[in-house]
Ligand binder design. Structure first.
Ligand code: ADP
Ligand code: MG
Length: 288
């Protein structure tokens, strides 16, 4: 394409709230075959709330919630914030924790008053009796269950729910109308991710993906479909934004996201992804 047409295209995009940080991105976007989205904070608001607390009979509700929230206070994960807010809303005073450790994409652990507290995904408690907590029904509604163990014994399933953004369904439909394959890549558990994908009409789901594995998921989608755009908020997914042919960071994303992205959407309105694609095709029509 001529430098002039790219300038016109990126200028027009900027007026619409789509910032192209590199001119090549406009050309790459025109050729996109698949658009993959991060789930938490991108397709969803990223501000989950505590909805269910399913306790094992051997434990006491307030004690478990206080221990779990005390540990989660040290984490910056949206799930952690939901749990801490839930405990604080109930007026709980949270104890101090020691030797806090975080495993990205899995969970957190610490010692609280001499007791070992672990909270995290199904994967963190592999081989243990998680089925007793009956979380499958909640996950099928798109809610996220995490599990807590005290001194090595499963104590509770804690369930949080995040709202889908009002524009998510529309952008998927708009991309399909443009002939684009859609995908979701999420660290969340499979049933939850699939429930959200189904609500939105997304074609394929990669779930239970560890932060480091998001790159592999991007490469696999590229192998299968061709030029790939990845849309993320930059929390845990800056490497995926960088790996994709076109990395699109959604507004109010982190600095890391903006650094790693080729395109920045100035607000959280995901429909701008389809706008950008349409614009790239219109600007570069008949130019190779
Ligand atoms: P996402 O791709 O949805 O942002 P992450 O990779 O951040 O997911 O996390 C994946 C999963 O790891 C979460 O769904 C949860 O089960 C678990 N997890 C991560 N951090 C925490 C935490 N602080 N407390 C509880 N569970 C956590
Ligand atoms: Mg995210």
């Amino acid at each position: 394409a001529t430098p002039m047409s790219i300038m016109v295209g990126t200028g027009r995009a900027a007026q619409l709230g789509v910032l192209f940080r590199k001119g090549e991105a406009l050309q790459l976007l025109r050729d996109a075959k698949v658009v993959a989205f991060d789930k938490t904070g991108t397709l969803t608001e990223g501000r989950p709330a505590l909805t269910d607390f399913i306790l094992d009979d051997d434990f006491e509700h307030d004690e478990v919630l206080a221990l779990v929230a005390a540990v989660e206070r040290r984490s910056e994960h949206p799930i952690a914030l939901a749990i801490v807010t839930g405990a604080e809303t109930a007026g709980m005073v949270l104890p101090e924790v020691e030797s806090f450790a975080s495993e990205p994409g899995r969970g957190v652990s610490a010692t609280v008053g001499g007791r070992k507290v672990e909270i995290g995904s199904e994967r963190m408690f592999a081989g243990q009796e998680l089925a007793d907590f009956n979380t499958a029904r909640l996950a099928a509604e798109g809610k996220t269950p995490v599990f807590a163990a005290i001194d090595g014994k499963l104590a509770a399933a804690i369930v949080v729910a995040d709202q889908v953004k009002p524009t998510s369904k529309a952008v998927i439909a708009a991309l399909h109308a443009l002939g684009i394959e859609t995908a979701m890549i999420s660290g969340d558990n499979r049933q939850t991710a699939e429930a959200i994908a189904r609500q939105l009409g997304i074609d394929r789901v990669e779930a239970e993906v560890l932060p480091a594995e998001k790159l592999t998921a991007i490469k696999a989608l590229r192998e299968q479909f061709g030029t790939i755009a990845y849309v993320g908020d930059g929390i845990n997914d800056a490497p995926a934004l960088a790996e994709a042919d076109i990395g699109i960071a959604v507004g109010s994303g982190t600095d890391a996201a903006i650094e790693s992205a080729d395109v920045v959407l100035l607000d959280g309105d995901l429909r701008k992804v389809a706008t950008a694609l349409t614009l790239s095709r219109a600007t570069l029509r008949n130019i190779h």
